[in-house]
Design a protein around this ligand. Structure first.
Ligand code: SF4
Ligand code: SF4
Length: 340
């Protein structure tokens, strides 16, 4: 993708919502996310130049504006065209091309940047419900994979059991679709259990580039355990089939991010870089505990993505092993080898 569009994608990811014109009718069903950077918001996927970004939409305010043209759309910023030749892509569940479910958005933990525990109406979605939602998709829907994430409701063991039950139901009914999961795990046997149930791609997030930041940001969770689980996951699923997100913008330096990416790649894990997207409530929490976040600009996002690509290449890794979750979706990050 052109360098200027790479930067614009970074700016769009970091920026606020997209204002839609009065009476706008999206060409596809609008999704409302319960996990990820857009948690709690109505979201639309805007595609341009071979990439795409999912943004929250609002009727007033926002940092960008959707312009409906005779043919297609453009995105404006400050009254000027920011990105032209934009199309709108359909979302299956949460993401384009995949059915990505949040099994439970309640969580016993309180990671300081996480919106999920603050969303209302927490409840568990069963595997049967997920399967019936997929069954109910219009004929011809191009579904390329299934993914499940979850908050930790009740306890770690219980949540893992619930996710495994969902995977079993889904794998039995849709044996040809790859299934990815994003659990919080603390026992190696849980990883084998996921594989035995039908999982083919694993994502365990280390969350922060430095352990001291992790300990403050994710009280009650243990980053060393997560790293141990990641290493074991590679032995179960293979190199390049295990991913891990690092949030950037929590006070870490570029050197910290680079060191964590090296550590993950040494194990055969593919690191994803996720710019911090915090709402007002989360920002207050983050500032109180870590100090005011310095903020991450587009230049830093682009430069770290280039470093990410270099480190992946040096380790013979890429993102091609993923047909589910964030690397397959690509809506919230710069994806190495695809965007740059
Ligand atoms: S473990 Fe942390 S990041 Fe995950 S859902 Fe719970 S609070 Fe959010
Ligand atoms: S990149 Fe990940 S968090 Fe963002 S919309 Fe896609 S699947 Fe969801």
């Amino acid at each position: 993708m052109e360098e200027s569009l790479v930067r614009k994608k970074a700016e769009l990811i970091l920026g606020g919502d997209v204002r839609i014109p009065e009476g706008f009718r999206a060409p596809f069903r609008i999704s409302k996310s319960t996990a990820g950077p857009g948690a709690g918001k109505r979201g639309v996927v805007f595609a341009f130049g071979g990439t795409r970004v999912k943004k929250g939409i609002v009727d007033s305010g926002g940092d960008f504006e959707l312009i409906v043209k005779e043919e297609g759309y453009s995105l404006n910023r400050n009254g000027e065209t920011f990105i032209d030749n934009v199309t709108i892509e359909p979302v299956i569940f949460h993401a384009p091309g995949q059915a990505f479910f949040n099994m439970d958005n309640r969580c016993i933990f309180r990671c300081i940047y996480c919106k999920s525990p603050n969303l209302e109406n927490g409840s568990r979605v069963s595997g049967e419900k997920m399967a019936s939602m997929i069954r109910g998709l219009p004929e011809g829907t191009g579904i390329g994979g299934i993914a499940i994430t979850s908050g930790v409701a009740g306890g770690i063991e219980e949540t893992v059991r619930g996710m495994i039950e969902c995977v079993s139901v889904l794998h039995k009914e849709f044996p040809n679709l790859p299934i990815g999961v994003e659990p919080y795990v603390n026992e190696k046997s849980q990883i084998e259990a996921f594989r035995n149930a039908g999982v083919s791609e694993m994502k365990i997030n280390v969350e922060t580039a430095r352990k001291d930041i992790f300990d403050l940001a994710c009280p009650g969770l243990d980053q060393d355990t997560l790293l141990e689980m990641l290493e074991h996951s590679v032995s179960v699923f293979g190199r390049g089939k295990v991913a891990s997100n690092i949030i950037i913008g929590l006070g870490e330096t570029d050197g910290d991010v680079e060191a964590m990416m090296e550590r993950l790649c040494d194990m055969g894990v593919v690191p994803g870089l996720r710019p911090l997207k915090a709402g007002p409530e989360e920002l207050v929490r983050i500032s109180g505990i870590l100090g005011a976040p310095a903020g991450t600009d587009a230049e830093r996002v682009v430069s770290l993505a280039k470093t990410q690509k270099r480190i992946l290449e040096e380790h013979g890794l890429d993102v091609s092993g993923f047909r589910t979750m964030c690397f397959a979706c690509g809506c919230c990050d710069l994806v190495p080898f695809r965007d740059l």
